[in-house]
Design a protein around this ligand. Structure first.
Ligand SMILES: Cc1cc2nc3c(=O)[nH]c(=O)nc-3n(C[C@H](O)[C@H](O)[C@H](O)COP(=O)(O)OP(=O)(O)OC[C@H]3O[C@@H](n4cnc5c(N)ncnc54)[C@H](O)[C@@H]3O)c2cc1C
Length: 592
């Protein structure tokens, strides 16, 4: 049986971006949030280090410096109109969060405390600046709880544990979504005037990843299946400090507090490569140099990892080397970084207070995603045409503020700034638009067909085996270092897996809480996204930000200062491009 609902505004995703949008939309129109997880379990809750805003509470700072750092960090692929909006609005956004009740850490005189993070600088001295506002190393958790409570207060309707698998798109307009109620297995059609997608990242394409199990790219895949484009899929960030072999994140806040990378010789190697910012160089750069050390035989014990050293006495020694008069104690670190210290102890059996911690780069953040303009309206193509009634914000969207590489703390800013803009723009639209008619009897057909294939299938392929093969191959060939032949091999492999996927049948044929079936469906989404990621990466014959081609090791602005758009039409992948919006900051060499 198919159930039907109607709301003015629908938000898909109950993370930071979705809840921010719902909070603002619900002030004016009837709003519902649909989320496959209970909202406070969203990945935003794991964000540790901080949210960047040029409050200047600790030392001089300006939003223009934040904007320049973001553009430079993004290797000049960011759209600068969007970056200006984000960095300017970040200041009010943080103060808004404070007024909504978020318990930020404080300075002794009661202001919001701030700390250093990679790539954030004083543009005059070029030295690191304290810009990341934080609540211990649980900043995202606090944001999520604060926003959820405010949404409840605003009487937003929540459909928890409903998984959206299709969009109702007709004649270039969006009329809602189709979701599976996970508890019953039944389909629900949500008819709306405005729909905002905020489903987060899709790092589960890789084996070693910081991303939660739920981050499988369901909505970007649904977009592709509706023949709409994704943008800049080749740009995925590998965060330098994942727990060795597991990928669980140890926040950059550790380096913000003074931790450094060391190689097998005990050498602080980032000082050799990036003399000014050293270990606080942006993530793409740190990840590449970690693997350079490994390849040149200086990984720990000759293996594929290095150490992150945050033993307090060592940090004080590094401060001394850098002429920094600050000194810290073990107690200080335990209060500033409680969770990540605990993670090391629990998951690695390593105590960071007395031992260096084995780390390796981990697949972390999607710079690309569903293309939008600065009003969060989803683009139908590279010309800038929009899909009426459809919006996207947060990690799933590509507006594009992060360009080719995101700076730490800039995702949380992106969520709250563009989540709010999205909520307001969608409410504006809902107030002036009327419901478009949908064909109720057939609205769920495409979604139903996708589920039926998996439930009724007779094939013998196992989804878990295909997923593992995909993830290992993505780590090997579509990781920190890429080559033309490696990417071609990846594409061939993904297509073989897609063929095998046609013979996947869910073992559980039931309706209630059929996670076996939904995981098989998610694998289909991951395969589709992996294919367009590898194809986009193969076409970009240059190195920029998170995309490093060993066969084209330099940035090539003459040919590639442009965004990639990718669509799948009649089974064929088509690529096109959109120019980068450049206003104040002309592309320059990235030195730190
Ligand atoms: C470990 C970790 C630490 C991080 N630390 C920081 C940090 O310190 N600072 C920073 O700026 N950034 C950080 N990031 C990045 C940042 O946390 C994320 O980019 C951001 O939280 C994404 O928020 P979101 O609202 O876009 O999506 P998410 O918070 O991921 O939420 C996605 C939502 O979509 C829902 N959803 C997904 N698919 C479906 C579907 N098919 N149907 C219905 N609902 C669906 C989920 O239920 C969920 O509610 C970190 C990321 C990780 C993984």
């Amino acid at each position: 049986m198919v159930h039907h609902h109607q709301f003015d505004a629908l938000v898909v995703g109950g993370g930071g971006a979705g809840l921010m949008a719902a909070l603002h939309a619900s002030k004016r129109v009837k709003t519902a949030v649909i989320s496959k997880l209970y909202p406070t379990r969203s990945h935003t809750g794991t964000a540790q280090g901080g949210i960047g805003a040029a409050l200047g509470n600790m030392e001089p700072d300006k939003w223009e410096w934040h904007a320049y750092d973001t553009v430079k960090g993004g290797d000049f692929l960011s759209d600068q109109d969007a970056v200006d909006i984000m960095c300017k609005e970040a200041i009010d956004a943080v103060i808004d969060l404070e007024h909504l009740g978020l318990p930020f850490d404080r300075t002794p005189d009661g202001k919001i405390s701030q700390r250093r993070f990679g790539g954030h600088t004083n543009n005059e001295t070029k030295k690191p600046v304290m810009r990341a506002c934080h609540a211990a190393d649980r900043t995202g958790h606090m944001i999520l709880q604060t926003l959820y409570q405010n949404c409840i207060k605003n009487k937003v309707t929540f459909f928890d544990e409903f998984q959206v698998i299709d969009l109702l798109i007709d004649d270039g307009k969006c009329n809602g979504v189709v979701a599976v109620c996970l508890a019953t297995g039944e389909l629900h059609v949500f008819h709306s005037k405005g729909t905002l997608l905020a489903t987060g990242g899709f790092g589960k394409m890789w084996k070693v990843t910081s991303n939660a199990h739920s981050l499988t790219g369901d909505l970007p895949a649904a977009i592709l299946r509706r023949q709409l484009p994704l943008e800049d899929m080749e740009f995925f960030q590998f965060h330098p400090t994942g727990v060795y072999k597991l990928g669980i994140l140890l926040s950059e806040a550790a380096r913000g507090e003074g931790a450094v990378f060391i190689n097998d010789k005990g050498e602080r190697f980032m000082a050799r490569y990036m003399p000014t910012m050293k270990d606080l160089a942006p993530r793409d750069i740190c990840s590449r140099y970690i693997y350079k050390e490994v390849r040149e035989g200086r990984g720990i014990g000759g293996k594929d990892y290095v150490y992150l050293d945050f033993r307090p006495d060592q940090i004080n020694k590094y401060f001394e080397e850098d002429g920094n008069t600050k000194r810290i104690t073990a107690e200080y670190l335990e209060t500033r970084l409680p969770d990540i210290i605990e993670f090391s102890r629990v998951y690695q059996g390593v105590d960071p207070i007395t031992q260096p911690v084995p780390i390796q780069p981990t697949a972390h953040y999607a710079m690309g995603g569903i293309p939008t303009n600065v009003d969060t309206e989803v683009l139908a193509d590279a010309s800038g045409k929009t899909i009426e009634g459809l919006y996207a914000a947060g990690e799933v969207a590509c507006v594009s503020v992060h360009g080719a590489n995101r700076l730490g703390t800039n995702s949380l800013v992106d969520l709250v700034v563009f989540g709010k803009i999205g909520g307001i723009k969608m409410a504006d639209y809902c107030e002036r638009a009327s419901f478009r008619a949908i064909k109720k009897e057939t609205a769920a057909d495409f979604a139903q067909s996708q589920i039926d294939v998996l439930r009724n299938g007779k094939g013998g392929e196992d989804a878990a085996k295909i997923r593992k093969s995909l993830q290992v191959m993505m780590d090997d060939n579509v990781g920190v270092y890429r080559t033309g032949p490696g990417l071609e091999a990846a594409i061939t492999h993904i297509r073989e897996l897609q063929a095998r996927y046609k013979n996947v049948a869910a073992k559980d044929k039931g309706m209630l809480w059929n996670t076996d079936l939904m995981e098989a469906w998610e694998l289909g989404a991951l395969l589709d996204l992996a294919e367009v990621t590898a194809v986009s990466a193969l076409a970009r014959q240059e190195s920029r930000g998170g995309h490093f081609r060993e066969d084209f090791p330099t940035r090539n602005d003459a040919d590639f200062l442009k965004h990639t758009f990718v669509t799948v039409k009649n089974g064929k992948i088509e690529l096109s491009s959109k120019p980068v919006t450049i206003t104040r900051y002309k592309p320059e060499e990235r030195k730190y």
